[in-house]
Design a binder for this molecule. Structure first.
Ligand code: KG4
Ligand code: ZN
Length: 354
């Protein structure tokens, strides 16, 4: 029997099983991660190796270095996730793997590892979209969260406002027309000589600054709930360069605070506008930028004011990890979405809008 025929024949039994323990692998960018999660909600282990130190020297992620580091680390992370969960490969019910979006070489490492393990151990393989994983980080934080809810996904590569209508049913309400919010934070940080990855350090520095020191424009967008960060980033960089050329001394904390305030108020205002128009009652945050302290505070205040229930991933689950991939994989398996060994990396994979 072929691998896929065998997987299909096991599917019904797996779907009826009371408890499902899924091993997941994540390698879409600069984190090599593996985790075991039970029933999409309970983390049994969550091993993450971050490559930050390897890329810091170059001021950003170097795809070739990322791929090599994933190759070196992926087996070890899988071993660690299994041993931390007190399990052997034979004990897991299925293997979920991120197959996109992300860096092609980085994704290929995880996909190849997932396929090899699934084939060798005769396990069902589940293909997972990285963005969907970020959304599912909320299921790991809050056991009571159920769709429908809106989710603002803000990461290094994406800024989307989704309506999660049901498990696996996503509708894009708004999205960035150009740069992602995380990318804008990283570029703004670079002009302040903050080392990579700039977002978290800019956030920290901004806590001591005056958010109204530098006035930045509010970007215009075509769609009512869309975002745009490219103009904001350029306006910020130009303002800093102009001031430096004139010999003016600007306080870095004030600059960081002003930029953070501009990005966050834009993110929050649009999300709240959508919530109001569409009568949304539950809102979630996801992605690396959801760790931003001001975004968390402002969303909390805005949701409270509008009577919306807010869900935010634990800080340890905001960035890339494999537990969120296992959670997304669980709901995909429940829906019968499995892969065969022809699964390939899909760098530009989109989260289907229905
Ligand atoms: O989700 P993520 O870990 O990777 C992608 O899928 O892209 O997001 C990484 C991004 C980076 O741009 C990083 O600077 C940003 O999230 N980030 C932050 C903060 N923590 C991470 N940006 C602003 N404030 C933070 N606290
Ligand atoms: Zn991510």
């Amino acid at each position: 029997m072929s691998y896929l025929d065998e997987s299909r024949s096991c599917l019904a039994a797996l779907q009826q099983k009371e408890h499902l323990r899924i091993l997941a692998i994540e390698s879409s960018c600069d984190e090599t991660a593996a985790a075991v999660v039970e029933d999409g909600r309970k983390i049994l282990s969550n091993a993450v190796f971050t490559q930050i130190d390897l890329h810091a020297l170059y001021g950003g992620v170097v795809p070739e270095i990322a791929s090599r580091a994933h190759v070196e680390k992926v087996d070890r992370m899988v071993d660690q996730a299994l041993s931390d969960a007190g399990m052997r490969l034979a004990d897991v019910d299925a293997i979920a793997v991120t197959y996109g979006p992300g860096l092609v070489g980085a994704l290929l490492t995880g996909v190849s590892c997932g396929k090899a393990l699934a084939y060798a151990a005769k396990k069902t393989l589940i293909p997972v979209n990285h963005i969907e994983g970020h959304i599912c980080a909320n299921f790991l934080t809050d056991p009571d969260l159920e769709p429908p809810f809106a989710c603002l996904v803000v990461s290094g590569g994406h800024s989307h406002l989704f309506l999660v209508e049901d498990y696996g049913v996503y509708k894009i309400i708004g999205q960035t027309q150009d740069d992602a919010a995380g990318e804008a934070f990283d570029k703004a940080a670079r002009v302040l000589n903050i080392p990579y990855p700039g977002g978290p350090l800019l956030d920290k520095l901004a806590e001591q600054g005056n958010p109204h020191a530098l006035k930045l424009p509010r970007p215009k967008t075509e769609g009512k709930y869309d975002y745009s960060f490219s103009g904001l980033k350029t306006a910020f960089i130009n303002a800093v360069h102009n001031a430096r050329q004139k010999g003016e001394t600007l306080c870095d904390a004030d600059l960081a605070a002003s930029f953070r305030h501009a990005v966050v108020s834009f993110l929050v205002d649009k999300a709240m506008l959508a919530a109001d128009d569409l009568n949304l009652k539950k809102m979630a945050l996801a992605g690396g930028v959801s760790a931003n302290q001001l975004l968390r505070r402002e969303m909390e205040a805005a949701c409270k004011k509008q009577g919306i229930q807010l869900f935010m991933p634990k800080l340890s689950l905001c960035g890339d990890n494999a537990a969120m991939i296992a959670s997304a994989g669980y709901y995909r398996l429940r829906r019968g979405e499995i892969a065969d060994l022809s699964l390939n990396a899909r760098p530009a994979l989109r989260l289907q809008s229905k």
